[in-house]
Design a protein around this ligand. Structure first.
Ligand code: FAD
Length: 286
């Protein structure tokens, strides 16, 4: 099913993200984890894609498996920054042949060593090519705290509007740990004329070290309430996991209470985390 249709049909959605392995060696372990998540029957599952395109085959294979064998709608991520237009066309043809209808169109991070191919500069250019390639439902990424390369949020929202106008059917947000940041962002993008559904991306932080890496990469703001949890439980894996799931659950309940009812959880191939969050929300997301 196209996600644009799903968002019209269902008042609230809960979806999970998985990431494919870089090589076929690790494929079976990841496949098993994604299958366990698929058995929970989320509204859809997104499957990430390596920025360099190296894991594109494993990414397509995981997406195809959850659709064919578990009936779960996949959202296949696709990055363009290191790809040729020809490679993108071939990949889209493969996805289409296998019944995949939803693509999250991304630029990808620019590698530290620079680019060897330069056929795409921005996700908006990829969106135009996806539209030309077939009848896909297309999503884009958005950043409630601004993208790290943007001069300021106003400029980021201007480019986001251009991206949506090129053909985004919906947006998924970068993770955030303070819901007020999302509420302010939604107000600003609606004012700027961006009216597509916005899926809120929530990351349950289940290990103390993970959060240091996340903050370094994305510059995400951490509220004191969250920092206190990591300070207190960061060195105790089982306590951190319980607290991280509780924090994410609390965030989602507040979002739903305030009318943000499409929630995407960055479950990072962890079926137990996905299952616990789903159980915590069983009455809330009805
Ligand atoms: P763009 O929308 O192209 O924006 C990139 C930057 O360029 C922004 O600063 C924007 O303001 C600016 N910009 C846009 N258009 C213009 C223009 N015309 N002129 C000047 N500046 C412009 N990465 C992966 O490698 N694999 C994944 O699977 C993946 N999944 C993700 C899922 C989500 C929900 C999110 C939020 C991010 C994901 N990423 C993934 C990370 C993403 O690839 C990076 O954040 C990347 O740096 C930007 O990608 P984008 O599609 O947002 O880029």
């Amino acid at each position: 099913m196209k996600l644009s249709e799903l968002f019209k049909q269902k008042k609230a959605t809960l979806s999970f993200e998985v990431f494919p392995p870089k090589s076929w060696d690790a494929y079976n372990n990841v496949k098993t984890a994604t299958e366990e998540i698929a058995r929970l029957s989320p509204d859809f599952m997104s499957v990430t894609y390596g920025a360099g395109g190296g894991a594109s085959a494993t990414s397509a294979s995981i997406a195809e498996n959850i659709l064919k064998n578990f009936g779960v709608t996949p959202l296949a991520h696709l990055t363009c920054v290191s790809s040729t237009k020809q490679a993108v066309r071939e990949y889209l043809a493969e996805l289409s042949k296998n019944g995949i209808e939803n693509i999250l169109a991304l630029r990808g991070d620019i590698p530290n060593e620079g680019l060897t191919v330069q056929e795409y500069r921005y996700a908006s250019e990829l969106i135009l090519d996806i539209k030309a390639a077939g009848n896909f439902c297309i999503g884009g990424a958005c950043y409630p705290e601004g993208h790290t390369e943007s001069k300021n949020q106003k400029e980021d929202i201007r480019f986001l509007k251009e991206k949506v106008d090129m053909g985004c059917d919906f947006l998924t947000t970068q993770m955030f740990f303070d819901n007020n940041i999302l509420y302010n962002f939604l107000y600003k993008i609606r004012e700027a004329g961006i009216n597509v559904p916005v899926v809120a991306g929530i990351m349950p932080v289940t290990n103390g070290k993970q959060i240091q890496r996340i903050v370094k990469l994305s510059g995400t703001y951490l509220p004191q309430r969250f920092k206190s949890i990591v300070d207190r439980f960061g060195d105790n894996p089982s306590a951190m996991k319980q607290a991280g799931i509780a924090y994410a659950t609390d965030q989602i309940i507040d979002l739903v209470a305030n009318g943000v009812e499409n929630v995407h959880v960055y479950t990072m191939n962890k079926p137990d985390v996905a299952a616990q969050i789903q159980a915590n929300l069983s009455e809330i997301l009805k």
